[in-house]
Design a protein around this ligand. Structure first.
Ligand code: 16G
Ligand code: MG
Length: 550
């Protein structure tokens, strides 16, 4: 087939008309909107995924139907490139244009222009693998996606209901099958086996961890964590909570990783479950973010976020590399965003190079690829560690001269297996944290004391047009509206350890203000004062002005 099957696409496209005037945007996390408006978008993404595969010489492309930590009524879709990474950003624009064509006719002509511009060889095969989370709108949206596959003639594999990171794993496993870089068996069983075997090897000779409470956000993490628990058996005792995937409205409601990070509170459902000193963690709705927390002996809540995970993991890897005698051969680095707590950046910078990039996994992932071992975590709990192929080859070919070196090298090899290197993976990251805690003989308190977080506050500001906000220096400085950054600087300088930045959200129609300072009261005050300034510059309805926190 050397031209688009226009007749077939037309027939199917008429079954999935664009009924809503909404503007669809393929943003940081793909398309994400109320589930009920997405039918036409899913159909078109099905076709686009087929074309992406053809463009990538018939390699398998992934599609995940999820809206992550958003409320249950939302849904979304994102594409995964053949190496298991986010869709190349040059295609995000095509996705947006195709999704917004108002009629089948316009869709077809845009599609033809696009095939021409990208010089897609339509005779290549199209292969896709797709999955969804537990949202009630999922089945109908998947049916629309499947019509897209049928219209373009893609060979499609349904991975069922699974987590975003497992879908990424499957994409990479399928595309590396039978090669030197084989990522693992291309099945859920392969994923669980890879993780659980590496975990057991890393914990050999260490005491079994005490039971870990896991908040599954009433989402897909629940059935998947339950399966993982079977593979881990007695090596990792887990208490699964918030597993009610069939309760209407329960998903991400008063629970989950985003709730933990944004409210800085324990999920109410865990109040009676969590014992002082016991470790707990929360996954988000598609299980690619992870937050830990605990209650101290006085019953006070403490959060261990992505920054704390980065600090724990980075210092462990640095030590292993030294113990392996490879510190001169392996360049390790950490990647963070402007949201990283100032104390974490200070802690990490004394140990290894730290780079700051714009928000969004693709930016962190690409920056981390510049190191031999690149560690990236967003404060919100999304992150992973990348081991370059070259380093993995060095590790497996190494001739250690002492027992200590040999042990350290084996640990590094097993860590590279334990970690889902395609993308942040709450379950894989959780096992990673548990491994480091076991090796260090740390409980939550010891881990938490690596450094003390600067108090911080995040505020959303509703403005008339968030597009007037432009940033530079990894979103740490506003260049537009003119003059606003100077006002932010003046305010920040008034507070001890004051730091603040303002950026337009990539996922919501708001502007975000982050502030940290020496005390909680100061951080809150700084955030609200800056939010007020932002609002005065660009706001609309005065009733939406953020309230002064005093
Ligand atoms: C998305 C991003 C996440 C980022 C967040 C910021 C991916 C897979 N996810 O959830 O990395 O932290 O957006 O949201 O890239 P914001 O732009 O609305 O603040
Ligand atoms: Mg998520």
């Amino acid at each position: 087939m050397n031209s688009l099957p226009l007749g077939k696409i037309t027939l199917f496209s008429d079954l999935h008309p664009k009924l809503y005037p909404a503007y669809f945007n393929y943003g940081t996390a793909g398309f994400r909107m109320p589930g009920k408006v997405l039918d036409s978008v899913l159909f078109r993404v099905g076709i686009l995924a087929g074309l992406r595969s053809k463009k990538m010489d018939g390699k398998t492309v992934g599609i995940m139907v999820t809206a992550s930590h958003n409320p249950e009524t939302d849904n979304g879709v994102k594409m995964v490139d053949p190496r298991g990474e986010m869709l190349d950003s040059s295609w995000e624009v095509y996705a947006t244009t195709l999704a917004n064509s108002s009629t089948t006719e316009m869709f077809l002509s845009t599609l033809e222009e696009f095939v021409e511009a990208e010089k897609i060889d339509l005779s290549k095969p199209a292969r896709v693998v797709y999955a969804r989370d537990t949202r009630p709108s999922g089945p109908a949206l998947v049916a629309a996606l499947e019509d897209g596959f049928a219209a373009i003639g893609a060979e499609a594999r349904n991975a069922g209901i699974t987590t975003t990171p497992i879908l990424h794993y499957l994409v990479k496993a399928i595309n590396t099958k039978g090669t030197e870089e084989c990522f693992g068996d291309d099945s859920e069983h392969g994923y669980f086996t890879k993780l659980s075997e590496a975990f057991k090897k890393l914990l050999l000779g260490k005491p079994t961890p005490s039971p870990l409470v896991i908040d599954c956000a009433n989402g897909v993490g629940a059935p998947i964590a339950a399966k993982l628990a079977q593979y881990l058996a007695a090596s990792m005792p887990m208490l699964l909570t918030n597993t009610a995937i069939d309760n209407p409205g329960a998903l991400n409601n008063l629970c989950g990783a985003d709730y933990i990070k944004t409210t800085q509170k324990i999920p109410p459902s865990l109040m009676t479950v969590l014992q002082p000193g016991q470790r707990a963690c929360s996954l988000d709705g598609d299980a690619d973010r992870l937050m830990y927390y605990y209650l101290d002996s006085r019953g006070q809540y403490h959060m261990l976020d992505g920054d704390k995970i980065a600090a724990l993991v980075a210092s462990f890897i640095v030590e292993l590399v030294k113990a392996a005698g490879l510190e001169n051969r392996i360049k390790i680095g950490v990647v963070q965003t402007a949201y990283a707590n100032g104390s974490s950046t200070k802690y990490l910078s004394t140990r290894l190079p730290v780079k700051c990039v714009s928000t969004g996994v693709k930016h962190l992932h690409h920056a981390a690829e510049h190191y031999d071992v690149g560690i990236y975590f967003e404060a919100n709990g999304h992150g992973t560690v990348l081991f370059s192929q070259q380093i993995q080859n060095i590790l497996s070919g190494c001739q250690p001269s002492t027992l200590a070196q040999s042990i350290a090298i084996n640990h590094l090899i097993n860590l590279a297996q334990l970690i889902n290197q395609t993308v942040g993976d709450a379950l894989s990251d959780m096992l990673l944290v548990e491994v480091v805690l076991a090796h260090r003989s740390y409980g939550c308190v010891e881990w938490d004391s690596l450094y003390t977080d600067l108090p911080n506050r995040l505020v959303k500001v509703l403005v008339e047009d968030r597009n007037i906000f432009k940033t530079e220096d990894a979103e740490r400085r506003l260049v537009s509206p003119p003059g606003l950054q100077e006002k932010i600087n003046d305010l920040s300088h008034k507070y001890d350890s004051g730091r603040s930045f303002v950026r337009p959200s990539g996922t919501e129609d708001v502007v975000r203000v982050y502030a940290e300072a020496a005390t909680k009261q100061q951080a809150d005050e700084l955030a609200f004062r800056i939010a007020g300034v932002v609002y005065d510059e660009a706001g609309g309805d005065a009733s939406q002005r953020p309230m002064e926190f005093l």
